[in-house]
Structures are given as structure tokens and as C-alpha cells.
Design a protein around this ligand. Structure first.
Ligand code: GUN
Length: 283
């Protein structure tokens, strides 16, 4: 049996169409959703990500602003820009692309973003609201993964879910969402002993490690749903995930490809969070 391939391009297109319709409706009240994206430094991968985010906004009829600064930007200057955007009524969402240069305290920057404009869902109050089951914004990548599981009608209640990676951006909020949906969740990290013991018990396996093709078929329970959050440049120069797609496809029940899986969903959910932020200004 080979796994169903969960098509993130197709699912994200449906979500983006819905967002565009909501934006058109808001326009009738004179509101255009606005997203500001700040990039500091010249990391090539971050440059591609932010360009894709801004392009998706424009396609959905949003107003979007991309502010790019050199790596020498001071922390104070960045905080001043964030404070100005907090006060700007044409901006409903603010995203500061991570990672930031080492001389800037990312936590401080995130805490300076107004929680009602924190469309990444990284602010401490948004992390707390997610943890207590009343989220204002769900972080985009785990939110996109939940939409993929929903589209596959995966039974989460009572399922065993294993998340590899414990970042604030993906692993921790992912685990929280799965747990809130009734799954029994284990979060593994780079120090986990006998990782494959854990992964082989997973009905749902979410991998976010940044290690190319680290999960092979021997580590996967037959029929499991495998979600690959990784995006890496393999030795052959091609993009690949954290999962060895060709081998795992032979045992999994469903699997996300890289590219074309979780990546486009992350962008779609950023648009969802931004339109929600804009809609809330009318309520
Ligand atoms: N860097 C990698 N993923 C993300 C994300 O979802 N948001 C931000 N702001 N930075 C990131």
C-alpha cells in the first residue's frame, strides 16, 4: 500500500480563495486588511519566505508592507518600528521574520508587538491563550497542519501523536493543539533516547527537526499520518523534508510532500489570521 499524498497546494488555494472573499466583503465597509512584514538581515531562505508571504497578501486583496533592514539594524530601531506599526490603523497584522541577528532579543521584539496584531501567535499572551484553550491567534504552521488533518478527517481523539521538535514556532503549539483535540501527545527533541521507539507508536507523526530525511520507513507505524514540516536543501541540491518521502510513502497511511505540503499551508493560515485581525476591528 502506498500512502495518500496530502496536497498542501490544493488545500491552501481553497483557504486563500475564502480569505479573498472575506477581504472583498470587508472592503464594502471601507476596510482593507493590512499586513506588515519586517525582515532584518539577508538570510536567503527568510528572503524567499517573506516575499512569498507578501505576494500571497497582495493576491488576496490585502495591503502589505515589506520592510527590509540590514543586519546592523539596532534593537532600539527595530522596537521603534514595531511600536509605530502597533499604532498604524492601516496595519492589522505585524510579522517579524525569525531568526533575528544575535544582537537583537527576539523575545523582547515579539513582546513589543501588540497582541491583537500578533498574527504569528508568538506573543506570550497569545501563547498563554492557546495553552488555556481560548486562542486569539494560532501559530500559522501548526494551524495549517491541523487544517490538513481535518481535511483528511483524521480521528484525533484518543490518537497517539508524536511531535519531533520543541520550538515555540512549531513543536510546542503543535503539541498543544493536538492535545486540545484529544490526542495523547509526546514531544521529542534532539536528546530523546530511542527516538524510533516513540515514532513507531505514533498514529500521527509531526516532524519539525531541520534534519534532511531523518525519518525513514523503519521508524513509522504502518498506516500512520506523517506530517513533514521540514524544508531542507538536500545533497543533490533539491528541496527535501525531514522525512524520507520515498521510503515512508510505502508504509504510511497519508503523508505530506516537500515542497507542496505544509509550506503553502503556513502562508494560507497567515492570511486567515490577518483577515481575522482586520474583521475584529469592526466588531
Ligand atoms: N521563521 C520561520 N517560520 C516563521 C514564522 O512562521 N514566522 C516568523 N515570524 N518567522 C519564522
Amino acid at each position: 500500500m502506498t500512502a495518500r499524498v496530502i496536497d498542501g497546494v490544493k488545500l491552501s488555494a481553497t483557504i486563500r480563495e475564502d480569505v479573498a472573499q472575506r477581504a472583498a466583503k470587508l472592503a464594502t465597509s471601507g476596510i482593507q486588511p493590512g499586513l506588515a512584514v519586517i525582515l532584518v538581515g539577508s538570510d536567503p531562505a527568510s528572503q524567499v519566505y517573506v516575499r512569498n508571504k507578501v505576494a500571497a497578501c497582495e493576491k488576496a486583496g490585502f495591503h502589505s508592507v515589506l520592510e527590509q533592514y540590514g543586519a546592523e539594524l539596532t534593537q532600539e530601531a527595530l522596537l521603534a518600528r514595531v511600536r509605530a506599526l502597533n499604532e498604524d490603523p492601516s496595519i492589522h497584522g505585524i510579522l517579524v521574520q525569525l531568526p533575528l541577528p544575535a544582537h537583537i532579543d527576539s523575545h523582547l521584539v515579539i513582546e513589543t508587538i501588540a497582541a491583537q496584531k500578533d498574527v504569528d501567535g508568538f506573543h506570550i499572551s497569545n501563547a498563554g491563550l492557546l495553552m488555556t484553550g481560548k486562542p486569539l491567534f494560532i501559530p500559522c504552521t501548526p494551524y495549517g497542519v491541523m487544517k490538513m488533518l481535518e481535511s483528511e478527517q483524521v480521528q484525533l481523539r484518543g490518537a497517539v501523536a508524536v511531535v519531533i521538535g520543541a520550538s515555540n514556532i512549531v513543536g510546542k503549539p503543535m503539541a498543544m493543539l493536538l492535545q486540545s483535540a484529544g490526542a495523547t501527545v509526546t514531544i521529542c527533541n534532539s536528546k530523546t533516547k530511542d527516538l524510533s521507539w516513540h515514532t513507531r507508536h505514533a498514529d500521527i507523526l509531526v516532524v519539525a527537526t531541520g534534519k534532511p530525511k531523518m525519518i525513514d520507513a523503519s521508524m513509522v507505524k504502518p498506516g500512520a499520518i506523517v506530517i513533514d514540516v521540514g524544508i531542507n536543501r538536500g545533497a543533490d541540491g533539491k528541496l527535501c523534508g525531514d522525512v524520507d518521502f520515498e521510503s515512508v510513502k510505502q508504509v504510511a497511511g497519508a503523508i505530506t510532500p516537500v515542497p507542496g505540503g505544509v509550506g503553502p499551508m503556513t502562508i494560507a493560515m497567515l492570511l486567515v489570521n490577518t483577515i481575522e485581525a482586520a474583521e475584529r476591528t469592526q466588531q
